[in-house]
Ligand binder design. Structure first.
Ligand SMILES: *Cc1c(COP(=O)(O)O)cnc(C)c1O
Length: 391
């Protein structure tokens, strides 16, 4: 199995079949498991193998297939699934940190990721935020004893691309664990572990499901980190992924590569066509040669991803007029869905941030985040064009 290429692993890795030999992965919609004897129950609580289950908060066969499949494509020894992407982010950080520890994080983060860092601060973890695109700031913030580095490899929503390889080298020099939220890079374009990430986190809600059905998350890392550090924290605090949702994620993985490659191709086409549009002050897409980190994006993903961020002329009023005029593209706040979705971060996902912080992060009133779906890109461009005409 280790020789298989990613697209084969996406379909088959981690598969388990019951005595019925079912073709599609079974949904083990069970909270618990029956033991043959009291002795077996005792033994399993002491040490359980990969196919010995105790309680669905600890693990479940359907969830286990999802975990093994994700570890296989990410290139890590193991993985642990969670109820949502935020449970994965919180689990990865909280399981390894304690009061007095120091964390360095990129400042351009999803609003909820910033909130988790605030919670850590309340519990005595010191957090230093840096401009993730400036390696000197990473170097300057690192100290002997820095425990973890946290970043989104491509930031939400301004699509800053962070040089994971260089940041990992800087972090490893002081012995810090590098935790990468890789949602925007997607598992298809991810080389995070190859680049030096120790732990890779995904919201499976996004591209992995890909049809906007279920919440889910996953943390991928070494067996030592996943089983000895993360699992005790997660199994006792309860953010377990439901077996049904794990099954939906497995179905999503079967088409993940096809979907994400098509969405990225459409995103590039749309970004290219919109560059220089009179109603747009900026078109931000890592796949465009003019993007500030275009070379890094190409080196670490080989593509620009599935999201295009636009700055509409006329501030919030212009952005709202644009959103309200769209017919195919839906106003919502998911991304990675087969349906194209548009979001106004300043008033939704990043509403909570104070005005100065929004300004510093480039989340301007006219900024909109377009998650490109699987519709015909010509229809999408026509829809965007007619909506921009109304701005
Ligand atoms: C959506 C998202 C999350 C959170 O995932 P949920 O599944 O919604 O909990 C975390 N990080 C990034 C970058 C995201 O886009």
């Amino acid at each position: 199995m280790t020789d298989w290429k990613t697209r084969t692993k996406l379909i088959h890795a981690g598969a388990r079949r019951s005595q019925y030999g079912e073709m599609s992965e079974a949904i083990f919609l069970t909270q618990g498991f029956v033991y043959d004897s009291a002795e077996q129950a005792e033994a399993r609580f002491i040490e359980s193998g990969p196919d010995e289950f105790i309680y669905a908060r600890y693990g479940n066969p359907t969830v286990r297939i999802f975990e093994e499949r994700m570890a296989a494509i990410e290139g890590t020894e193991d993985a642990f699934a969670t109820a949502s992407g935020m449970a994965a982010v919180n689990g990865a950080l909280s399981s390894m940190l304690k009061a007095g520890d120091h964390v360095v994080a990129a400042r351009a983060l999803f609003g909820s990721c910033l909130y988790v860092l605030e919670i850590l601060g309340r519990f005595g973890v010191e957090v230093t935020l840096v401009d993730g695109t400036d390696l000197d700031q990473w170097r300057g913030a690192m100290r002997v004893g820095t425990k973890a580095v946290f970043l989104e490899s491509v930031s939400n929503p301004t699509l800053e691309v962070i040089d994971v390889k260089s940041v990992a080298e800087i972090a490893h020099a002081v012995g810090a664990t590098v935790i990468v939220d890789n949602v925007f890079a997607t598992p298809t374009f991810s080389k995070a572990v190859e680049l030096g990430a120790d732990v890779v986190v995904y919201s499976a809600t996004k591209h992995i499901d890909g049809s906007g059905r279920c919440l889910g998350g996953i943390v991928c890392g070494t067996r030592q980190f996943i089983r000895k550090v993360l699992e005790p924290y997660l199994k006792h605090t309860g953010a377990a992924l439901s077996p049904f949702n794990a099954w939906v994620m497995l179905k999503g993985m079967e088409t993940l590569d096809l979907r994400v490659r098509q969405q990225a191709a459409s995103a590039l086409g749309i970004a290219t066509a919109l560059e220089g549009h009179e109603k747009l002050a900026r078109v931000i897409y890592p796949g465009l040669a003019g993007h500030a980190q275009h070379a890094i994006a190409m080196a670490q993903m080989g593509a620009g991803g599935t999201v295009v961020t636009l700055e509409v002329a006329g501030g919030q009023a212009g952005a709202f007029r644009f959103l309200n005029a769209l017919e195919i593209v839906k106003i919502s706040n998911n991304l990675g869905d087969s349906k194209s979705i548009i979001t106004h971060p300043a008033t939704t996902t990043h509403q909570r941030l104070p005005a100065e912080q929004k300004a510093m992060l480039g989340i301007t009133p006219g900024l909109v985040r377009l998650s490109v779906g699987l519709e015909d890109p010509e229809d999408l461009l026509a829809d965007i064009g007619q909506a921009l005409a109304q701005v």
